[in-house]
Design a protein around this ligand. Structure first.
Ligand SMILES: C[S@@+](CC[C@H](N)C(=O)[O-])C[C@H]1O[C@@H](n2cnc3c(N)ncnc32)[C@H](O)[C@@H]1O
Length: 213
């Protein structure tokens, strides 16, 4: 039985995608290394972290600030910028920064295997992350910036670090709700490389690939 924790209530994924992410996470050995790029409020991160004891590096720019006030009686639709700020206020408190420090404080008591790292977009920062990943990556979940040059940079930097039999998981692939052309093109290239990659699962807009041994 896989776990879908309460902390994932605000995850920007459908239930079917959450279950697929939980399932694949449960197959990762406990001493593994997982990289998630694009963690927002750690919703997807908590799904991963509750189904394995592996360390999960949650790499995000962590640059938003929660709403300072809101009226719960006014319905704000998902996709509206206020929906995101309100969700952040519900998790972190009114007006709190969505910083790695605040999110770490929120998540650590429940999931000590999650480590939040801010993407400061500097060479030193990427080198710091790469150092943490020198033993290889058991699962790389990409859900950050879906456009070039960032997505291309991230995939070229982190996909080669995935261990044999390790997983590459991408969200929003060929999603009808946005034009993620750069992401779609890059991921399609990887999928078509059947010598190296096996398509394990595609659930709505979540794709799971395994690197052949
Ligand atoms: C779609 S949200 C992630 C949702 C999350 N995975 C979930 O399911 O709840 C995208 C996230 O990517 C982050 N992001 C954007 N550009 C980034 C970058 N260059 N590096 C790391 N994270 C980035 C944003 O701050 C945002 O939190």
């Amino acid at each position: 039985m896989v776990l879908i924790p309460d902390e994932s209530n605000f995850a920007l994924m459908q239930q079917t995608e959450k279950e697929a992410l939980a399932n694949i996470s449960s197959t990762i050995e406990d001493n593994g290394t997982i990289l998630e790029i694009g963690s927002w409020l750690l919703g997807s991160t908590s799904i991963i972290a509750s189904n394995t004891k592996s360390i999960v590096y949650a790499f995000d720019v962590y640059d938003s600030v929660a709403a300072t006030k809101f009226d719960d009686s006014i319905k704000v639709d998902m996709g509206d910028i206020n929906w995101y700020r309100q969700a952040e206020a519900k998790v972190l408190g009114l007006g709190q920064a969505r910083s790695a420090k605040n999110l770490q404080k929120y998540i650590s008591p429940r999931f000590p295997n999650i480590k939040c790292i801010t993407n400061t977009k500097t060479k030193e920062n990427y080198n710091y992350l790469l150092k943490l990943l020198t033993g290889g990556i058991d699962m790389y979940f990409e859900d950050g910036d879906h456009s070039n040059p960032v997505i291309e940079q991230h995939l070229s930097m982190f996909v080669p670090l995935i261990k044999p039999n390790g997983y590459f998981v991408v969200h929003d692939f060929e999603a009808p709700y946005a034009n993620y052309n750069d992401l779609n093109k890059l991921v399609n290239n990887i999928i078509s490389n059947t010598k190296t990659w096996k398509l394990v699962n595609k659930v709505d807009y979540l794709v799971i690939l395994q690197k052949k041994a």
